[in-house]
Design a protein around this ligand. Structure first.
Ligand SMILES: Cc1cc2nc3c(=O)[nH]c(=O)nc-3n(C[C@H](O)[C@H](O)[C@H](O)COP(=O)(O)OP(=O)(O)OC[C@H]3O[C@@H](n4cnc5c(N)ncnc54)[C@H](O)[C@@H]3O)c2cc1C
Length: 576
């Protein structure tokens, strides 16, 4: 049952209350920015998996569809204020997720297993959860995808559709030719998701049959929504977890307080409470879960006191340790006009018609067909000054997405390269502006606090430049960096340019870091239970500990939530 009115559910007793889920039911062209679907992975996965037990009743509370964007200041970006979007749902769809599918390297997961002292988080034990989540599908353009993925690393029975590229770009063939010519760090990688991440390979995306495959379409499909034991309350924001009793001397956090989202812009509305007999699970994301914990008095006691909030559990790690990747674009102009097709309003209309009729065409593409991952060489002087932040030799420092611009909304004759430092060392924070749940929190990702992050971007700029300028394949385009781009020999100008133009990559993690049960830092234990309490788990991207983070995030969150569902089922005596 799905409702936006709490009275529908008021008299039900729930085993589990999940916070954060945002189901959305509209199919959207994947390239239409105003019509894209964003979804909370973790909440939807848990809602699905826990209601597989028909005896458990589950309530999912979702704040969508009206989240406000948040403005924050970034000193490392020359004091620019940049917008950090969250799951804002307008008319059922919001412009959010890029649909890139990446899992990260095996050593990232193994390092996480070490830190948490739980082998269950190792690559070997998490790979089955990736496969459980995945349903590999044929690409929308019907091309033969043999050699673009290694089948043994992909699932064929899971819930979320995944495919290789769905529509070709003019530069694809050139990239493959240049990769063959240059080899080395540019060598072809058959599968970017086999745990050994290096070289240039085809991007994988969460698309099937030309449509976005979301948590809504996969984990909250119409069949799942028919389950009598799953109730979904949309349009309500959880503000606090509440301690009503204690157990074994610890606060028992099995009750949440919430209010209709519509009341938020105009002030407090009616306040409701609901309890879970077994557990409350926070899946409200890095910003949402952090805000709820802090408002509830769970965080640094001194800082909370300064906001007038009584401490419930003094857990200084909440909201700290946040790690976000910067994204920077190096852009090249083509010296040969028209070599890469540009879009016009007319061509765009034709693309929309094609997608509406057959779910094929440019709108089935995520815009980046090939990705390049590389490690800064061992002999780089950078390593004289900095410790390598990567978890192992199969873990890259930089990701580059090649965007040929052949079907972007604005006419272009450029190639843009999205450069992301994958292992940022800088650590920021999410703190409360006030004790009011209606105030947006303060977000500081502390970009480029560690200079290594900035220098890593510059390594990316230079490696891309080498690729284009030394390969024969790209000579036909007569490429040059766009006019305002500084000389690659001028380090100071390059640094300033990166600081002035970089943005966030929308992949923050770490505000409720998972550490070993007895560690004296961190927020949740390896079973995702909040330290110092009973009855509450956090299951979303916030539990990922900084450098144990990988590339794009969604798939990791799906896999984490799949394992969390199993841990919860076992803890409460249910096996499929
Ligand atoms: C613009 C953008 C592009 C991205 N592109 C990619 C990509 O291409 N590939 C990829 O893998 N990842 C991508 N990501 C990242 C990925 O989408 C997220 O990291 C991932 O969805 C995190 O999942 P989550 O469950 O932790 O939280 P979220 O997805 O943030 O979900 C949190 C949910 O909780 C709800 N919520 C929040 N607060 C409350 C509250 N107080 N009460 C009730 N409900 C609440 C929100 O409405 C939301 O539905 C992108 C993210 C963004 C923003």
């Amino acid at each position: 049952i799905l409702s936006d009115t709490f009275s529908t559910f008021e008299n039900t007793t729930y085993d589990f209350v999940i916070v954060g889920g945002m189901p959305s039911f509209l199919a959207c062209p994947v390239q239409n920015a105003t019509n894209a679907v964003h979804h909370s992975n973790a909440g939807a996965v848990l809602a699905n998996r826990l209601t597989e037990n028909p005896r458990w009743k589950v309530l999912l509370i979702e704040a969508g569809p009206s989240h406000e964007g948040i403005l924050d200041t970034k000193a490392g970006l020359n004091n620019r204020v940049i917008k950090f979007p969250r799951g804002k749902l307008l008319g059922g769809c919001s412009s959010m997720d890029g649909m890139f599918y990446t899992r990260g390297s095996s050593s990232d997961w193994d390092r996480w297993a070490n830190v948490t002292e739980d082998e269950g988080w190792s690559w070997k034990q998490m790979l089955p959860y990736f496969l459980k989540n995945e349903y590999w599908t044929a690409p929308a353009d019907g091309h033969n995808d043999t050699g673009e993925y290694t089948s043994s690393f992909h699932g064929t029975t899971g819930l979320t559709n995944v495919s290789s590229y769905n529509y070709p770009q003019a530069i694809d063939e050139k990239i493959l030719e240049a990769s063959k010519e240059l080899g080395g760090i540019y060598a072809y990688d058959e599968d970017i998701n086999d745990g050994e991440v290096s070289g240039i390979g085809w991007s994988h995306s969460t698309i099937g049959g030309g449509e976005r495959s979301s948590a809504a379409t996969s984990y909250l499909s119409p069949d799942v929504l028919k389950r009598n034991n799953l109730h979904i309350l949309v349009g309500h924001r959880v503000t606090h977890v509440v301690n009503i009793t204690s157990e074994d001397g610890l606060p028992s956090l099995r009750t949440v307080r919430f209010t209709p989202e519509v009341s938020i812009p105009v002030g407090p509305g009616p306040v409701h409470k609901v309890s879970a007999s077994k557990e409350v699970i926070l899946s409200a994301g890095v910003v949402g879960s952090t805000q709820i914990l802090l408002l509830s008095g769970i965080g640094n006691a001194t800082e909370l006191a300064s906001r007038g909030i009584d401490s419930l559990i003094d857990l200084p790690g909440v909201g700290k340790n946040v790690s976000e990747q910067a994204i920077f674009f190096s852009v090249y102009a083509l010296g040969v006009p028209g070599t890469v097709a540009a879009s016009t309003p007319e061509t765009e209309q034709a693309w929309i018609s094609e997608w509406n009729e057959t779910r094929t065409g440019p709108l089935t593409s995520i815009g980046v067909n090939m990705i390049f991952w590389f490690r800064i060489p061992e002999e780089s002087p950078l390593w004289d000054e900095y410790t390598d932040p990567a978890s192992g030799k199969n873990t890259p420092h930089v990701e580059v997405g090649f965007d040929g611009g052949s079907f972007n909304p604005t006419p272009r004759s450029t190639i843009a390269n999205a450069i992301i430092p994958l292992q940022p060392e800088s650590r920021g924070s999410i703190t409360l502006a006030s004790s009011s749940p209606f105030d947006s929190p303060l977000i500081d990702f502390a970009f480029f606090d560690s200079r290594l992050d900035l220098l890593t971007v510059i390594e990316g700029i230079r490696s891309v430049h080498h690729f284009y300028t030394t390969s024969n394949a790209f000579q036909v385009y007569n490429l040059s960096l766009v006019p305002d781009f500084p000389s690659l020999d001028d380090d100071a100008a390059l640094e300033a340019y990166v600081r002035n133009t970089a943005d966030h990559a929308a992949h923050p993690v770490g505000t409720a870091a998972m550490t070993a049960r007895d560690a004296d830092w961190g927020v949740v234990g390896p079973d995702l239970r909040l330290k110092g309490a009973v009855g509450l788990r956090v299951v979303d991207a916030s539990v990922m500990v900084r450098t144990y983070r990988l590339a794009t995030l969604k798939r990791q969150v799906y896999a984490i939530a799949e394992r969390a569902a199993d841990l919860i089922k076992v803890a409460w005596g249910f096996r499929n």
